[in-house]
Structure formats: structure tokens, C-alpha cells
Design a protein around this ligand. Structure first.
Ligand SMILES: Nc1ncnc2c1ncn2[C@@H]1O[C@H](COP(=O)(O)OP(=O)(O)OP(=O)(O)O)[C@@H](O)[C@H]1O
Length: 303
């Protein structure tokens, strides 16, 4: 059975009178890419800082690799790499020199630098001064710095922020390789459900300091939301019930919305609608957004 890499129990944190986290109980298993999802200010960075011992919880327990963080921080940190907020570098040194400095400081083998440069695809730019790196290259160098000790756990706070679609793609591909090829478990935060669904198997969703969901991302996003434009919403709803269960809404005089787990059902629905004299003007499906998921999980309360 996979080892538990991170386990938190009922973590709580306040800043002054503002309660920022309440009752956060998370679990990461070895080999996971765990997507930590939430809107701005939900409490993702604060949670990550607690896991790194940069902040102390007001209440609750943190275990990393099966040991309490509070008693073993220095020892546990040797096996944790992180990128929280902006990575900081020496801009007048090359990527290679920046990495080599950290490698020396941590007394790591010389070969680690070349290996992480290859992983983050910066080998061709290794001798370029960091002040001349693009944003995407700086982010990848930040990950290389976090990886240079080949940690068992990598904690990344919104590493795709500020990247263009190509940069985001490169970052995703890089992260996806880490568990299988290097045995690294990854905790990564984001406010984009679509991005997480392309790399994480497990997600935790945090809203206003509460963990409102933890589990498989497929369970969460598997069903697509469908929209039917028709001139007979009442009959359409009756017909669709056979295929989509009872979770069907009539949005306005011409729109019926429903969830389907499998798009194979749509031709059958269209056939049944036509057989029942329901005119179909449009039928389209949409992947759920983080906002849709919030609405489903909280029953309409987004804050
Ligand atoms: N050091 C601090 N002092 C006071 N308040 C803080 C501090 N750090 C965070 N907060 C507050 O805690 C709340 C959660 O912030 P946090 O940075 O954890 O959110 P987040 O989910 O990471 O959001 P973002 O994506 O915007 O970084 C916010 O209201 C923030 O203003």
C-alpha cells in the first residue's frame, strides 16, 4: 500500500482576528500529484507554509513521511522541495551558477545540477544570465532549485501563474513525469480546475479556509453539463429524465440543463426527443468549471 506522505488533522490558523483556515484535514499518498484548488485568498499558500513549518498552526497536527513536523522539522525538510511565491535568484549569475550555489550549500552531488537542468529543459540556456531568462524559464529554474536535492515531496504554489499557454503546457508535462520517473510526490496549488484535471489524480478544494472536497478529480469533473435549446421544455425534461436522472433544470422558457457522465448518451437523447415531437435547436456540453463545482459542493454558496 502507498505510504502516507502528508497527513494533516484539523489544522486551524488565524491572523489577528481573521480566521484563515479551519479544520483542514488533508492526506497525500506516495506518488500522488495532489491538486490544491481554491480561489484567491482561500488559504492555499497559508496551508503550504504550515506544511513547510514557515508558519505555526494555532490548532491541529501535521505529519510528514509519518513523523510529526513539529518535532522533526529540520530533518523532514531535507526531503521536501518547495516553490512558494516568486522564486528568488541571483540575476547576474547563470542558471547553472544559481543551481550550483544551492547544491554546494546543501552538499549535494555535482551531477544533480545537470540532471535537474535536463528535467526542466534548461540545459540549452544553462549559461545564460538569469536576468535574461523569460518568465517561463525563471519558473522552471525555480522548480529546478526545488528539485536539486531530489526531494520525496515537492510543494509548488501556483507555479503556472503568469505563464502563457505554451509555458503552462511545458510546466504540466514536467510535473507529470516527477512521480513515475523520480519517485517524487507533488502538492501543487492552482485556481484553475481545467489545469488540475490535466495533471492531478487527487484534489483538495479549499474555500474560505474550509476543505470542502478531497478525493478523485474524475468523480468531480467526470460528468459534463449539457444545455438543450428547445421550444418544449416540459416534454424535453420528461424525456431526458430517462437518461440523466432527476438532476435536470429548466433554466428559462427555452433551455433545459442536465448532467451526463457519458457523451454516448447524447444521440439516444436526440432520437428520443425527436420521437416525442420536441424540436432540438441546440444541444451542447460543457466541462465543469471550478465555479460550477463550488456551486454543486456548496449548494449555491460561493463565499
Ligand atoms: N501574514 C499574513 N498576515 C495577515 N493575513 C494574511 C497573511 N498571510 C495570508 N493572509 C490572509 O489569509 C488569507 C488567505 O491567504 P492565502 O495566501 O493563504 O490564500 P491563497 O489561497 O494562497 O490565495 P492566493 O491564490 O491569492 O495566493 C487571505 O485573506 C490573506 O490576506
Amino acid at each position: 500500500m502507498a505510504q502516507t506522505i502528508v497527513k494533516t488533522e484539523k489544522l486551524a490558523k488565524s491572523f489577528g482576528s481573521q480566521s484563515v483556515l479551519q479544520d483542514i484535514s488533508m492526506m497525500l499518498k506516495e506518488g500522488d500529484i495532489y491538486g490544491f484548488l481554491g480561489t484567491n485568498g482561500a488559504g492555499k499558500s497559508t496551508t503550504m507554509k504550515l506544511l513547510l513549518g514557515l508558519l505555526k498552526p494555532d490548532y491541529g497536527q501535521i505529519e510528514i513521511f509519518g513523523q510529526p513536523l513539529a518535532n522533526n522539522r529540520a530533518q523532514l525538510l531535507k526531503n521536501i522541495g518547495s516553490l512558494i511565491e516568486e522564486p528568488s535568484f541571483y540575476p547576474n549569475l547563470s542558471g547553472f551558477e544559481n543551481l550550483n550555489l544551492i547544491r554546494n550549500l546543501l552538499k549535494l552531488p555535482a551531477k544533480n545540477v545537470a540532471e535537474v537542468l535536463r528535467i526542466v529543459d534548461l540545459m540549452p540556456a544553462k549559461d545564460k544570465l538569469v536576468k535574461n531568462y523569460s518568465i517561463g524559464m525563471k519558473q522552471r529554474l525555480g522548480i529546478a532549485l526545488a528539485l536539486v536535492k531530489f526531494p520525496k515531496l515537492l510543494i509548488l504554489d501556483e507555479p503556472t501563474n503568469g505563464l502563457d499557454p505554451e509555458g503552462m503546457h511545458q510546466m504540466r508535462e514536467l510535473i507529470k513525469r516527477l512521480p513515475a520517473e523520480y519517485g517524487i510526490t507533488v502538492l501543487i496549488s492552482s485556481h484553475l480546475l481545467s489545469e488540475m484535471s490535466q495533471m492531478a489524480q487527487t484534489v483538495g478544494i479549499i474555500q474560505s479556509g474550509h476543505l470542502i472536497y478531497q478525493g478523485s478529480i474524475d468523480t468531480l469533473t467526470g460528468a459534463h453539463k449539457y444545455f438543450l435549446k428547445t421550444d418544449n421544455v416540459t416534454t424535453a425534461k420528461k424525456v431526458i429524465t430517462t437518461y440523466a436522472g432527476t438532476n435536470i433544470a429548466i433554466d428559462d422558457d427555452h433551455t433545459v440543463t442536465f448532467n451526463l457522465k457519458n457523451s454516448n448518451e447524447t444521440p439516444k437523447i436526440i432520437k428520443a426527443l425527436v420521437q416525442n415531437d420536441v424540436n432540438v435547436y441546440t444541444l451542447y456540453g460543457k466541462k465543469k468549471s471550478l465555479e460550477d463545482v463550488f456551486l454543486e459542493l456548496t449548494g449555491g454558496e460561493t463565499k
